[in-house]
Write a protein that binds this ligand. Structure first.
Ligand code: WT7
Length: 648
């Protein structure tokens, strides 16, 4: 165990050189308290506004007066901020470095080239009928054209909804329908770990359920022979050169939507998290510069897919808003070998590297030699995101990758928060392995008990945020009521994160994980209810309950309890079929790791499934089941314990 006391001070070569040092952090925390208006106004001044905002913040979390508005009379365009304004002095600087799935495939795209491509695609989108405010679904591999597509949407004021390339046709269809997209951007195929991903085939399948989709813009990536639907499908590579490379950026109000990103919650249907233009970009831009202590010219690599919020804020918008160089990697950490990440770091001289604990745990297991055969001397800062990083993985990252000298920023945030909220600043904050340390200036955290009572000092409770920050989500697309209910009704007047958290005697925060029915599997956020509804959609299944359990590599694994219909027989064959079924219904990453037959589920007399008990059984903490006497039929628990499946 690592004690709370183990501190890694700010390295000497960092003190004094970073954008923000310890004094700077304290000064910012004090200023946002004494002069919030001025602090937030200055933060927005880092952007290039067509009309500079005079109204800075207008927020109330109260039920009868609920509103979240930032910079509301400002006018700007995100693509102009990420590209055009850098052209006078950075036209030939590299905006995107591409590293393909196969080693040896790489490319560099300058700001000038990016401008050209984004304008051309923006014009093609307009030709296909897209207008300001339209929703466009993007289903692409991790390749530069994904960033081009996002920026092209932003340029014309269309709202993008990027769907991760691992989602199934059904999941894509649900997301297209929910926001009523009429245009989809995809590729023939993607490549991951030496395998092909049938993106266009998945879209064709999904669109059988989406009659409103009029046009599909398809990028030729692998060159595979895929069907092109006459009248509906347009091939980007065929229209690109003829399209004009001039496209004036659409002036957008700061509160106009920029994107929707679907994420799992505690109820069945994924929520369309909506982010707007001014506040989101200001926060993505400022956090990128501050947390990663970024200076233009440095090579930054965030390994997240653009299908997740991390890819939005720290592959595309944060780096480009700062005139930075962002590396886009198509592949996976262990292909062709477990040295791949480190090979890429050396090849492109990566200076700042940002990845997820699940990848680190998997690589750690492969042995230090895969890291040590590389030089890695270009690295100056490491980052972690997506789930709690266990101290063992932190210490390995620090010692083996960071050679005991590089700071690690453990960044806590969510799809909903738009950007990082809790993190060390590498020039200001002493580190503790496993702690995201302290809130960024302007982020007001509180720990509360189940009744909402505020907990002071060293304590543990539910993490809430008592005031807004510019990058906060503004609504659930199409369901503003659900937005309020989900985040602001549990603890009135406060934003509830869904996370549990401990605060130590030094005021450091330690995220303990979700306290709702959301699980975090390899950094992928999954609603247990979504997996349950996929399971019960199978003809053999009567009822299902899904919980998370501790998993060495994935952080959490998916443990499913399944009650079959009376006429179905529990065979090994059916077990495999059900696991495959979930893969197909949602996506490979949601497939149950363990599936246990449950003749009955533990329920209260009012019929509510007691997940607490199911979690304990899944964890193999069968001695700590607690009180089972309130169950309608306590004997079902004995059966589940007796037949507990071997959780790996
Ligand atoms: C949930 C949000 C943040 C972008 C990627 C995930 C967990 C995230 C950390 C961290 C501990 C973390 C939380 C959070 N989480 N970062 N550094 N330490 N937990 O975004 O899919 O919206 O998931 O991920 O539980 O609520 P997301």
């Amino acid at each position: 165990m690592v004690s709370d006391g183990q501190l890694f001070p700010v390295p000497e070569d960092w003190a004094g050189k970073a954008h923000i040092d310890a004094e700077g952090y304290e000064a910012a925390v004090a200023r946002v308290e004494s002069d919030p208006e001025g602090y937030w106004r200055d933060l927005a001044a880092r952007l290039d506004w067509i009309k500079v905002p005079t109204k800075i913040k207008d927020v109330s979390y109260a039920k009868d007066d609920f509103r979240i508005r930032w910079y509301e009379d400002g006018v700007l365009n995100v693509s102009a901020n990420c590209i055009d304004r850098h052209l006078p002095h950075r036209k030939d600087d590299v905006a995107l470095i591409f590293e393909g799935d196969e080693p040896g495939v790489s490319d560099k795209i300058t700001y000038g080239q990016l401008h050209d491509d984004v304008c051309r695609m923006a014009n093609v989108l307009k030709d296909l009928g897209a207008r300001k405010g339209d929703r466009i679904t993007i289903y692409l591999p991790m390749v530069p054209v994904a960033a081009v597509a996002m920026l092209a949407c932003a340029r014309i004021g269309a709202i993008h909804s990027v769907v991760f390339g691992g989602f199934s046709p059904d999941s894509i269809a649900g997301r297209i329908q929910d926001c009523d997209s009429r245009l989809v951007i995809t590729a023939d195929q993607g490549c991951r770990g030496g395998k092909k991903v049938p993106l266009k085939a998945n879209i064709d399948e999904a669109l059988k359920q989406c009659p409103q989709v009029e046009k599909v813009l398809m990028v030729r990536w692998t060159g595979a022979d895929v069907p092109v639907v006459e009248g509906r499908d347009v091939v980007w590579d065929d229209v690109r050169d003829a399209a004009s490379n001039v496209c004036e950026p659409e002036p957008m109000n700061a509160e106009d939507p920029l994107f929707i990103l679907y994420t799992s919650g505690s109820t069945g249907k994924p929520k369309g998290v909506l982010h707007t233009t001014g506040g989101y970009l200001a926060w993505a831009s400022w956090t990128f510069e501050s947390v990663f202590d970024y200076r233009p010219g440095e090579i930054f690599w965030c390994t997240a897919d653009v299908g997740w919020v991390t890819g939005h804020s720290y592959v595309v918008y944060g780096p480009l808003a700062n005139g930075g160089t962002s590396l886009i990697f198509e592949g996976v950490p262990n292909y062709p070998t477990p040295s791949r990440f480190w090979d890429v770091v050396d090849k492109h001289k990566v200076e700042i590297f940002y990845t997820a604990p699940t990848a680190l745990r998997a690589l750690m297991r492969e042995g230090d030699e895969h890291v040590l055969k590389n030089d890695l001397s270009s690295l100056r800062l490491l980052g972690s995101v997506g789930e709690p990083i266990n101290p063992e993985a932190w210490l390995w990252y620090h010692r083996v990758v960071g050679k005991d000298r590089l700071p690690i920023v453990d960044t806590w945030w969510q799809t909903e928060t738009g950007g990082i909220l809790v993190s060390p600043l590498p020039g200001a904050t002493a580190l503790k392995p496993g702690s995201a340390t302290k809130p960024l200036p302007g982020v007001k955290l509180q720990l509360v008990d189940a009744e909402g009572g505020v907990l002071e000092g060293a304590t543990e409770g539910n993490l809430v945020i008592t005031d807004s920050w510019p990058g906060q989500m503004r609504t659930v697309y199409g369901d503003h009521q659900r937005f309020f209910e989900t985040y602001f009704s549990t603890y009135p007047g406060k934003y509830f994160t869904g996370d549990g958290c401990r605060r130590d005697a030094d005021g450091y925060y330690w995220i303990t994980g979700r306290v709702d029915d959301v699980i975090n599997v390899s950094g992928h956020r999954l609603g247990t209810a979504e997996i349950e509804s996929a399971l019960v959609a199978h003809e053999a299944v009567a009822e299902a309950a899904v919980v998370g359990y501790p998993h060495d590599i994935k952080g959490q694994g998916v443990y499913a309890y399944v009650t079959l219909k009376a006429d179905a027989v529990a065979t090994e064959e059916l077990r495999k079929q059900l696991v495959l079924w979930v893969r197909h219904e949602i996506g490979p990453f949601a497939a149950p790791d363990v599936l246990q037959w449950a003749p009955g589920l533990p329920k209260t007399r009012s019929g509510k499934i007691m997940r607490r008990i199911l979690r304990k059984i899944a964890e193999n903490a069968v001695d700590a089941l607690g009180d089972t006497s309130t169950l309608a039929d306590p004997s079902v628990v004995d059966d589940l314990v007796r037949n507990r499946a071997g959780a790996k």
